[in-house]
Write a protein that binds this ligand. Structure first.
Ligand code: GDP
Length: 530
């Protein structure tokens, strides 16, 4: 029994050192730069500049494809693990799509918090709003980093209002700028009242010299800028916009830091906040609402599947977030959906394009299982005591296209691709119950169609073409409701691969009329049940 206690103690201790989070931002706000600077400050890389220049990405059809081609360090990998202070940091990548997409959502189910990066010149941008809203709706604690203070931008006070109004999370500045964006001199740390002077480092390659200056000295040296910043801090104190750990953990407030990722300024404070503020992994609830304690036998769920990451190997990796227990490479896992056992001999962890074998992992860590062809997104895996985690809610898709293979001779490749890409969750594949036999692809973002078509061609050798459909809105319904509603004109009933029934409407107005005529039916909200 003693060994069990020792084992459990070690698992809890290791879990408590984990910080698992994602950086979310609008493209160009500085996510890549910040990721790299985190690695620099953690000592995981010696010098910044290792992230490959993503040349030509501005006009490529998507970051995803550009990343496919370049596969540089860090940003393109699913999970980066590095140590900082006495913690093990797991930084999960969210796809840099311009549209919100389901992949991002799934990654967010596997993290314990997010760092939201905003460009001070742009604030909260419309295209990414949904992403931020989703974090709020998941109740994920959010740290905000206001980036690019070295350049002209908007008033930080105004941005605080914008964040609260648009995302519904109240920012509580921890550091506050002295000087205005573009004429930025440094920050006041509202916890200590001290001043840290901003100095440009040589192209941000090395750690920024962070000169701490006493408040009274700063007041003399900075003059009017100091007075303004101090006044603004007074205002923030007066309205109670100060960090509160409890409301942060509830996802209601967001500690805010300002800086310039490119110049390394504010990076260390932010990384310290990741360690000090972000919660360590907590026990997850299973499908019955019971929590599975962190030291329970090994369990985890698949949050991402990626095939053909390495064209030379044509492999298939399922990324699993460990929820409880200790993972040791080679352990045999049971796949909850099929009851089959699964070998983990080839488990890997990823750092940039280097894949290394993972030997042990603890709650909060990510393990990549190679050649895990049977696994699907959301699937649970466990050792010893069975568990099923709640299925991922799937977004009610908003875009629909019928797809067909151009060359009927490639029908087999087309079907294989369709099956694979659906399994990976690239998009949803629907079929009409009676009617046109061609599949209808459903997505929440335009990008999903582009990725589908690109991968069909390049990985499966099937050129495809899209045909328009009259559908604009979809709702998940029960088989019972479907029987009555499916016959209404302007409404079509389709089935997803997992058996879920969806009603497709030609317009939002059509949906509204149907909802009005059938108040007894629950049409769900943003999310359709998975
Ligand atoms: P991502 O699309 O969010 O990953 O953004 P990147 O990290 O690729 O940054 C987009 C552009 O903004 C790049 O040209 C960066 O060099 C630049 N950038 C990032 N951080 C800063 C900053 O603090 N100041 C300035 N002036 N530029 C920055």
């Amino acid at each position: 029994m003693l060994t069990e206690e020792v084992e459990s103690g070690e698992i809890l201790k290791e879990a408590a050192r984990r910080r698992t989070f994602a950086i979310i931002s609008h493209p160009d706000a500085g996510k890549t730069t910040l990721t790299e600077k985190f690695l620099l400050y953690a000592g995981a890389i010696a010098e910044a500049g290792a992230v490959k220049a993503r040349t030509g990405r501005r006009d490529t059809r998507s970051d995803w494809m550009a990343m496919e081609q370049e596969r540089g360090i860090s940003v393109t990998s699913t999970a980066l693990q590095f140590e900082y202070r006495d913690c093990v940091i797991n930084l999960l990548d969210t796809p840099g799509h311009r549209d919100f997409s389901e992949d991002t959502y799934r990654v967010l189910t596997a993290v314990d918090a997010v760092v939201m990066v905003l460009d001070v010149a742009k604030g909260v941008e419309a295209q990414t709003l949904k992403l931020f809203e989703v974090c709020r709706s998941l109740g994920l604690p959010m740290i905000t980093f206001l980036n690019k203070l070295d350049r002209p931008g908007r008033s930080p006070l105004e941005l605080l209002d914008e964040i609260e109004a648009k995302i519904g999370v109240r920012p509580t500045p921890v550091t506050w700028p002295v000087g205005i964006p573009g004429e930025f001199h440094g920050v006041i740390d509202r916890r200590t009242g001290g001043f840290t002077r901003f100095e440009r480092s040589v192209r941000g390659k090395t750690l920024a010299p962070e000169v701490e200056v006493d408040a009274s000295v700063a007041a003399t040296e900075e003059g009017g800028d100091w007075t303004n910043a101090a006044d603004e801090c007074g205002l923030l104190d007066a309205v109670g916009a100060s960090h509160d750990q409890e409301s942060f953990l509830e996802g209601k407030t967001s500690p805010l830091f300002v800086g310039s990722a490119m110049n390394n300024f504010g990076v260390r404070s932010l990384l310290d906040a990741v360690v000090d503020l972000i919660p360590s992994p907590r026990p997850r609830r299973d499908v019955d609402g019971q929590t599975r304690s962190l030291d329970a036998p090994l369990s985890g769920f698949v949050f991402k599947i990626q095939a053909n990451m390495d064209p030379a190997h044509r492999d298939h990796v399922a990324f699993v977030r460990v929820c409880s227990g200790r993972f040791v490479r080679g352990v045999s896992l049971t796949h909850a959906a099929t009851g089959r056992t699964f070998s983990t001999k080839y488990a890997s962890s990823l750092f940039g394009s280097d894949r290394s074998t993972v030997e042990v992992a603890f709650p909060g860590d990510v393990v990549g299982l190679v050649n895990a062809g049977e696994l699907r997104i959301g699937d649970a895996l466990y050792a010893d005591s069975p568990v099923v985690f709640p299925s991922f809610p799937q977004f009610a898709p908003e875009l629909f296209r019928r797809v067909r293979v151009k060359d009927p001779g490639r029908a087999k490749q087309f079907r294989r691709g369709l099956d694979q890409l659906e399994r990976e969750g690239v998009l949803q594949v629907l079929y009409e119950l009676d009617g046109d036999p061609l599949p209808v692809l459903a997505a929440v973002g335009q990008m999903q169609f582009e990725v589908f078509q690109y991968r069909m061609e390049h990985e499966f050798g099937a050129l495809t073409e899209y045909l328009s459909t009259p559908y604009r809105v979809a709702r998940v319904v029960t088989a019972e409701d479907a029987a009555t509603l499916g016959r209404i004109p302007g409404v079509r009933l389709l089935r997803r691969g997992d058996g879920t029934l969806l009603l497709l409407f030609e317009s939002a107005i059509r949906l509204q009329t149907v909802m009005r005529d059938h108040p007894e039916v629950d049409f769900g909200a943003l999310l359709g049940s998975g």
